[in-house]
Design a protein around this ligand. Structure first.
Ligand SMILES: *Cc1c(COP(=O)(O)O)cnc(C)c1O
Length: 462
């Protein structure tokens, strides 16, 4: 049999081996060597001493940096001595707004603060409830708590990894102020449905697009569909600056208030207050700096091309692994015109891998030279919530029964999310999707190899 990455025989091979049954081949006394000619070492899983499927052991570096094209503006900023917020920050904000086709953008120190500031200026406050998905990074939830509001968890659709719109309405109460959908993993949430629900119940929508730079629904960029959207420019994110964040919106008056708040509450734009007054609102200081903006402008130049590469590679990788029994790649909603693919997710089904655990699968895959992780842990039953509930702020804002942690945990159960977190989810990081087509084939071969040898790997207890 030919190596699958030499031609397009992989799909066929998978079909053959699942129809004929791997057992049938094994019973002829052949070694389980489906991927290479004969019983050479390449067919033995690396974790059992075989050769790794992907032995280059070098994935595209992240973040990318090119001294020639990227350093001129940064050096200019550094040498100018103007390091605090000024023209370059404004330029970056204008460029990011343009890239998203949204009227306004305000940068802040990071994505977490973007969410905190946006929620505050949308008017989310003590005593409110905010609907959130449990399958997210902790910052989504901590931004809600930071405003004295109660996160209400709505379970995910495991096929898309996104908040399940079917389950939102059941969770709306008289306290619900906003829905906070997260385009998690860089895959768009079902915004059509979410916006309809929000409209029907007069709720605000803040999009956490911290992983979803340039993702689109019907050619509209995510982060610009709700009342406001938030982005992160942390080092791992698709637009990396080290640290940084942005709030975007078509509501100019809202962005003016965010600006004022992010700069000590000083007057800004339409948020001018009385002439001669100092601060017009209680504010803080979470300003972006000029050298961050200069790095952002350099990174922004490559974002569109990288996003295209990630989309092409993700689609190809998905096509190469979707027929492997026990591997269920992400599904995009029908109206998604572009993903951001901050991560490439699939679900791993232990039963189709002869009972091999996800942990053992990940270890075997890593041995093949393919970095992977199990992703998020559940956030909806953790003690940080209880600690917030026990604060004076929460005790004053909510009735006692709402702060009972045991009943909170019970009301916020998310069994689909638990299964993703605890048993099924597997991620590849976005930089791997910047590799070549043959890198993607190598990932698929590695998964196939682990699948074909699942029983041996399991019995080896490695
Ligand atoms: C990264 C991230 C944040 C927070 O962004 P920081 O810039 O790290 O503060 C918020 N939400 C999600 C979904 C994220 O991935």
């Amino acid at each position: 049999m030919k190596k699958p990455n030499e031609n397009n025989s992989r799909r066929e091979f998978i079909k053959q081996s699942s129809f004929a049954g791997i057992g049938a081949i094994l019973s002829t006394g052949m070694a389980p060597t489906f991927f290479t000619k004969g019983a050479d070492r390449a067919s033995v899983p690396a974790i059992l001493g075989g050769e790794a499927s992907w032995s280059k052991r070098k994935w595209p570096q992240w973040p990318e940096w090119n001294a020639e094209t990227d350093e001129e503006q940064l050096l200019k900023v550094i040498r100018s001595g103007v390091w605090s917020r000024s023209k370059v920050v404004s330029e970056f904000e204008a460029e990011w707004a343009k890239a998203l086709d949204v009227s306004r953008c305000l940068t802040v120190v990071n994505g977490t603060n973007a969410l905190e500031v946006a929620l505050a200026q949308l008017g989310v406050a003590e005593g409110d409830e905010v609907i959130v998905p449990p399958y997210t990074f902790i910052a989504t939830i901590s931004a809600v708590l930071a405003n004295g509001a109660m996160p209400v968890f709505v379970d995910v659709d495991p096929e898309t990894f996104q908040i399940d719109p079917d389950k939102i309405e059941k969770k709306i109460t008289s306290r619900t102020k906003a829905i906070l959908p997260v385009h998690i993993l860089g895959l768009p949430a079902d915004m059509d449905r979410i916006m309809k629900i929000a409209k029907a119940h007069d709720l605000l929508v803040l999009e956490d697009a911290c992983q979803a730079h340039l993702a689109e629904i019907d050619h509209v960029k995510v982060g610009t569909i709700g009342d406001a959207g938030c982005f992160s420019f942390q080092n791992s994110k698709n637009l990396p600056i080290g640290e940084g964040g942005a709030i975007v919106s078509n509501n100019s008056e809202f962005i003016d208030r965010c600006f004022s708040y992010h700069n000590f509450g000083f007057p800004y734009g339409s948020a001018v207050g009385t002439v001669g007054s100092g601060s017009i609102m209680p504010g803080t200081k979470v300003r972006f700096s000029e050298y961050q903006a200069a790095i952002g402008l350099a990174q922004l130049k490559r974002l569109d091309g990288q996003t295209t590469t990630r989309n092409v590679n993700a689609a190809y990788l998905k096509s190469q692994i979707k027929d492997i029994p026990g591997i269920e790649p992400y599904r995009l909603y029908d109206n998604v015109t572009r993903g951001a693919f901050h991560l490439f997710p699939f679900r791993f089904k232990e039963d189709d891998f002869k009972g091999l655990s996800r942990g053992a699968f990940l270890k075997a895959l890593r041995a093949e030279g393919v970095p992977c992780s199990s992703g998020y842990k559940p956030l909806n039953d953790q003690d940080y919530l209880n600690q917030a509930f026990q604060s004076n702020r929460f005790k004053q804002a909510f009735p006692k029964n709402m702060l009972n942690f045991d009943s909170y945990v019970e009301q916020n159960e998310c069994p689909e999310n638990d299964r993703l977190c605890n048993n099924e989810a597997v991620w590849f990081t976005q930089n791997m999707l910047l590799g070549t087509k043959s890198d993607m084939s190598a990932i698929a071969s590695a998964i196939e190899k682990v699948h074909a040898n699942a029983e041996q790997i399991k019995n080896s207890n490695k």
